[in-house]
Design a protein around this ligand. Structure first.
Ligand code: ZN
Length: 58
């Protein structure tokens, strides 16, 4: 997923809550950044398991 798509998703999804059901590798200038982007809300985090980590912190 490229940055433009991510920004669009964030715009559409806004501040709604999301449990990040589907992640995709984040690409910047054609190479993977190590981050994973939620295909639903456009949020990103490091590693494919960041939604789980985030849930634990709460
Ligand atoms: Zn999400």
């Amino acid at each position: 997923m490229n940055r433009k798509d991510v920004e669009k998703l964030r715009e559409i999804w806004g501040e709604n809550s999301c449990d990040h059901p589907s992640l995709e590798k984040d690409y910047y200038l054609g190479s993977a950044t190590g981050d994973y982007v939620c295909k639903q809300c456009g949020r990103s985090g490091y590693g494919s398991d960041w939604p789980q980590k985030e849930t634990k912190d709460k």
